[in-house]
Design a protein around this ligand. Structure first.
Ligand SMILES: *Cc1c(COP(=O)(O)O)cnc(C)c1O
Length: 389
């Protein structure tokens, strides 16, 4: 935190200046544009001689409040808020890269990010090489004179593998690369990548940040110089977050710490239950001692997050039977919601991956991903137990 107050306090007390009505909770500024006193005021505002709102594609009080709050949470200088997590991912890369540039990325990235890197960026001459998440030592071999960005997510989706942020930070520094981390699975409450040398941090606000499955949002935060480039690109291309969604999300963040604490408690209890279950082949959760990167998770995270991955014994057929037997949990592709969600990555979120890519990121036909919600843990476990039976 910049000014010394604790995380929970900043999440609640970072707030717009009160208007003439002395409201307690920040109002919603649903306005596309802002007015000027006279011709000189307008000229100076457009010339950026004044720090003020001009047009909501550039900035708006509600998005500014949200950005300031997340910057404090992540320990960042500045940020820009986007209409979705993918708008943040795309705009961040597009603003910073030129034709001919190269990205080195973890192979286990969000499905749409994988599509962006492999199907769309090559059209503009931007290429990507992947490293396997358990082979960070191979990263330097992939770096070329045109490499600009080192990119990763941790914990990963859906395998909940953990990458050592300190190691990534050192590699990026040694090779003069920008380190960009998608911190969506952890949230700034559990992990702050900037502390480990990340230059920029990206979030999908759609997940735990909103936490109630209502709005799409994205944000990129980091150094002022880099954010300024992203801002210049974005104020022209228009991926900005709407004031309404920013207002919803800023309210959601007031309860982020208490929600994420409960998500993590519930997820750990579910992971421990599954670890002892005879119909389960393996369970992965960052704060289970059996997790391959348990020590790294302990070093860089406050708790394990809301996602548990496991494999139902008996392959595809058993997996489908498990799915069709679920009664309460939602069968959906989202995560980080107050409602617990079951997903089958092989046939849904990751169905565009080749069989080989699925194998390298640890997705088998029987892999199940649970986003553990805020219902009573006894009811969550009861539903999964009856479905396994
Ligand atoms: C969901 C997600 C995104 C994309 O966010 P949207 O808000 O759905 O566009 C990016 N990265 C990760 C890790 C995600 O889980």
């Amino acid at each position: 935190m910049n000014d010394g107050k604790k995380f929970e306090t900043e999440a609640i007390r970072t707030q717009l200046e009160r208007s003439q009505f002395l409201e307690h909770s920040s109002p919603l500024y649903l306005t596309s544009s802002f007015v000027f006193a006279d011709a000189e005021d307008m000229r100076a505002s457009f010339a950026e001689e004044k720090d003020r709102n001009v047009y909501s594609r550039y900035s708006n009080p509600n998005t500014s409040e949200l950005i300031e709050k997340i910057c404090k949470m992540e320990g960042a200088e500045d940020g820009f808020a986007f209409s979705s997590g993918m708008a943040a991912v795309f705009s961040t890369f597009a603003a910073l890269l030129q034709s001919g540039d190269h990205i080195v990325s973890a192979r286990s990235v969000f499905g749409a990010t994988h599509g962006l890197l492999t199907k769309h960026f090559p059209k503009w001459g931007i290429t990507t090489s992947y490293f396997n998440i358990n082979e960070l030592e191979t990263i330097p071999e992939l770096i070329t004179p045109t490499t600009k960005i080192l990119y990763a997510e941790t914990p990963t989706n859906p395998g909940v593998d953990v990458l050592d942020l300190e190691v990534l930070g050192k590699i990026a520094k040694r090779h003069n690369l920008l380190l960009i981390i998608d911190n969506c699975f952890a949230t700034p409450y559990l992990q702050q990548p900037i502390k480990f040398g990340s230059d920029l941090v990206i979030h999908s606000g759609t997940k735990l940040m909103d936490g109630q499955g209502r709005v799409l949002a994205g944000i990129t935060v980091g150094s002022k110089v880099l954010i300024d480039k992203i801002y210049r690109f974005s104020r022209i291309t228009g991926p900005s977050l709407s004031p309404f969604n920013a207002w919803v999300l800023s309210k959601s963040l007031e309860t982020l710490a208490v929600r994420v604490d409960r998500h993590c408690d519930n997820a750990l209890k579910l992971a421990e239950f599954l670890e002892d279950h005879p119909k389960v082949n393996w369970v992965k959760y960052p704060f289970l001692k059996s997790h391959p990167q348990y020590e790294v998770a302990k070093k860089q995270m406050k708790a394990g997050g809301c996602v548990v991955a496991f494999e139902v014994r008996g392959g595809l057929e058993a997996g489908q039977k498990f799915f069709n037997s679920i009664k309460m949990l939602s069968l959906s592709a989202n995560l980080g919601d107050s409602r617990s969600i079951v997903t089958h990555p092989a046939s849904t979120t990751h169905n565009k991956l080749s069989a080989e890519d699925k194998a390298t990121v640890g997705i088998t036909d029987g892999t199940v991903r649970i986003s553990v919600g805020l219902e009573n843990i006894d009811d969550i476990i009861a539903d999964i137990e009856q479905a396994l039976g």
